[in-house]
Write a new protein. Structure first.
Length: 354
């Protein structure tokens, strides 16, 4: 790691020299590329500098703890050492994540689809919990989110919830949320206190950029309108404002009923449909890198899972990297970084080893 950081800090000096060149300033494409690289390298330098200071402070406090004889002072030094150790651990994780090179798609918009799987009402309630978790995570990271479609039920959960998330590094940290999420807890309706296991599926799709805009021929679409159902007020239920669009060549379907306007619902459904078509095409081009959307989300069965949320033990376990945290309450409040950063680092190391 030390060698890698030294190389990157040397590159930072090179980039700073290049940015001061008039020929670079006049080349807007090169200038933009170099400023992005400069921001990335500067962030590494800042985190590494904080880590070095923390290492020094930790070493000094540990030495003082060895020679201090007064018990009250020893307690203070112990507390300081524990706090600095936590800080060091976080900075090391941050640095490992930063050392994963940026990907051109890191900050691309993603469409996140959550669906209730096995478990009926309890699964739909957990979809609602995860929607809230991702909303809070987005707020902590300064991302934006926009609802593309939601199908609620009588118990206050969601059978389906689809949203667009946008912001710096949104795809970098959200891409590994795709898969089956399993929940183990006592449902509110359970009278004998038995733990139930339910599952939901999450899919994460890249929203097509302007460069890869999906061209859809009108004759290839079947557009159906129908009366919206569920929550949304009286108006939603008295007009045929809901829209379902089927792409006949692929059989892919997208629908939306959230807006009062049929036109707005059609726009949102088309946006989602284009993302699904683009995903299928992308997977064809990148078969060696990822699976199709269908295998990404699985069937929603309890046995297929990437992560388990156990409420009784306040435990969350990501089975892909054997990571277990006893802080489920904080994870559900949007503190997902300990999981997402570990996943980014793991899959990068896996890619290098392959």
């Amino acid at each position: 790691m030390e060698k890698k950081i030294s190389q990157l800090l040397a590159r930072l000096e090179e980039v700073e020299n290049e940015l001061s060149s008039s020929s670079v300033v006049n080349d807007q494409i090169l200038y933009r590329k170099l400023t992005q690289e400069h921001a990335y390298l500067t962030e590494i330098k800042e985190v590494y500098s904080c880590l070095e200071k923390a290492y020094k402070q930790l070493s000094e406090n540990e030495e003082l703890l060895k020679i201090e004889t007064h018990e009250e002072m020893r307690l203070l030094f112990r507390e300081d050492v524990l706090q600095i150790q936590k800080s060091v651990s976080k900075l090391e994780d941050d640095l490992k994540t930063l050392l994963v090179p940026p990907d051109p798609n890191d900050s691309r918009n993603v469409i996140v689809e959550l669906r209730a799987g096995t478990g009926g009402d309890e699964a739909s309630l957990f979809v609602g919990d995860c929607v809230r978790m991702y909303h809070l995570y987005a707020e902590k990271r300064g991302w934006n989110y926009e609802v593309l479609g939601a199908s609620s039920n009588e118990v206050g959960g969601y059978r389906e919830y689809i949203m667009v998330m946008s912001g710096k590094n949104v795809r970098r940290f959200m891409q590994y949320e795709a898969g089956t999420h399993r929940v183990q807890r006592v449902p509110a309706t359970e009278t004998q206190g038995r733990i139930h296991t339910s599952a939901i599926t999450v899919a994460v799709l890249l929203e097509p950029s302007e460069e890869e805009e999906v061209n859809i021929v009108e004759k290839d679409l079947r557009i159906d309108t129908y009366r919206a159902s569920g929550a949304g007020g009286q108006h939603v239920n008295v007009t045929d404002s809901a829209v379902r669009i089927t792409h006949i060549p692929t059989g892919l379907v997208a629908s939306c009923q959230d807006e009062r306007s049929q036109h707005k619902n059609k726009d949102k459904a088309l946006r989602l449909l284009k993302a699904r078509i683009a995903e299928v095409e992308r997977k064809k081009r990148e078969e060696e890198e990822a699976s199709t959307r269908a295998s990404q989300v699985g069937s929603g069965d309890r046995s297929e899972r990437i992560r388990t949320y156990n409420f009784a033990q306040n435990r969350v376990t990501d089975h892909r990297i054997n990571l277990t945290l006893y802080s489920l309450d904080r994870v559900l409040e949007g503190e997902l970084d300990p999981i997402t950063t570990a996943l980014v680092s793991h899959y990068y190391q896996k890619q290098l080893s392959e």
